[in-house]
Design a protein around this ligand. Structure first.
Ligand SMILES: [Fe+2]
Length: 320
């Protein structure tokens, strides 16, 4: 519970400092270089508030909703259980992949845990990086070369790495596919497209949109490759749509069981052309990256609402 006095003090100091601080941060100075005076508690509040202003702009700041820091374990406990990571047989290690600072004041969010993403997270002063594609997949492999550099950067900067792969495709409100279904205004949304026995996709009924209108909406996704591949061999107004973010073209084989006439996924596969043509199906390949930007953002928004944790998305489209 924050005192009114503290909030007022922060508010007054914020009004005085916003212009200077924003200019400082926008000019590329590391957020941690900002010098604050006053008590430790007040500094912590003020730093979180300033980060929120930097990310969202002063008009969106709600001082009472700004937390100082959140313990890493609180975030992990909530995200791991909400996304039910234990239910999935996934090549990705889900949850914590690298442990950094215990207290998190700023969360960086991205699709891939590439070195450039990690370096940007470090530059913005993030204490944790939340991604869809982490760095630990399948069997063990040596930590050397570029991989060593990436992990060393995380450890040197005390940044935790959190990855949620299939669980963040599948979740029916926070997941990539639920977000895509909302974008297309699908009703009767249900879990679909099982992988290793667990649904990772989402299907829904379409009422109003034509295939071309769906295509137009998907082209506007952040990180869209632009000229996305589509196979319009089904109804011009789709009835039932199945969404499988990333690499889900093989789910076309399940169109009878799943009862869809249109599949939307990220990456195209060669077999899809004749398969769709011969079976009267539509398919849209909206980009692996573009179809997987939504889940991490929804999870970050959820964490912000629950814990008051500021976050910032690092956008590095792959064109794939
Ligand atoms: Fe993916």
């Amino acid at each position: 519970m924050r005192s009114t006095g503290l909030v007022l003090a922060c508010e007054i100091r914020l009004r005085e400092s916003v212009g200077v601080i924003r200019n400082t941060l926008d000019s590329g100075v590391h957020s941690r270089a900002v010098q604050l005076s006053g008590s430790g508690e007040e500094n912590s509040e003020l730093r979180a508030a300033l980060l929120s202003i930097w990310i969202h702009g002063p008009e969106t700041l709600e001082l009472n909703n700004v937390a100082s820091t959140v313990h890493l374990n609180e975030i992990l406990s909530y995200a791991n259980s909400t996304l039910d990571i234990a239910a999935f047989k996934d090549a990705s290690m889900n949850g914590l992949q690298i442990e950094g600072a215990e207290q998190i004041g700023l969360l960086a969010v991205s699709v891939d845990a590439g070195l450039s993403i990690v370096e940007e997270a470090a530059a913005m002063g993030a204490n944790a990086l939340l991604v869809h594609h982490g760095i630990f997949w399948g069997s063990c492999s040596p930590v050397s070369g570029a991989r060593k550099k990436l992990i060393k950067t995380l450890l040197d900067k005390d940044i935790s790495l959190l990855a949620y792969h299939l669980p963040l495709d599948a979740h029916l409100s926070l997941g990539n596919n639920a977000a895509l279904a909302d974008l297309l205004e699908l009703s009767n949304q249900q879990a679909a497209a099982p992988y290793q026995g667990v649904p990772i996709g989402c299907s829904g009924d379409n009422k109003d949109l034509t295939f071309e209108e769906m295509l137009a909406r998907l082209k506007k996704l952040e990180g869209s490759p632009g000229d996305i591949v589509s196979l319009p061999f089904g109804p011009s107004k789709p009835r039932r749509v199945c969404l499988v973010s990333g690499s889900g073209a093989d789910q076309l084989y399940r169109y009878k069981e799943e009862g869809f006439d249109t599949l939307i996924t990220g990456e195209a596969k060669q077999f899809a052309y004749h398969f769709c043509k011969e079976n009267g199906l539509n398919a849209i390949f909206a980009g692996h990256y573009a179809t997987e930007t939504l889940g991490v953002k929804r999870l970050a928004e959820d964490l912000e609402g629950r814990f008051g944790l500021p976050w910032k998305f690092i956008n590095e489209p792959t064109g794939i």
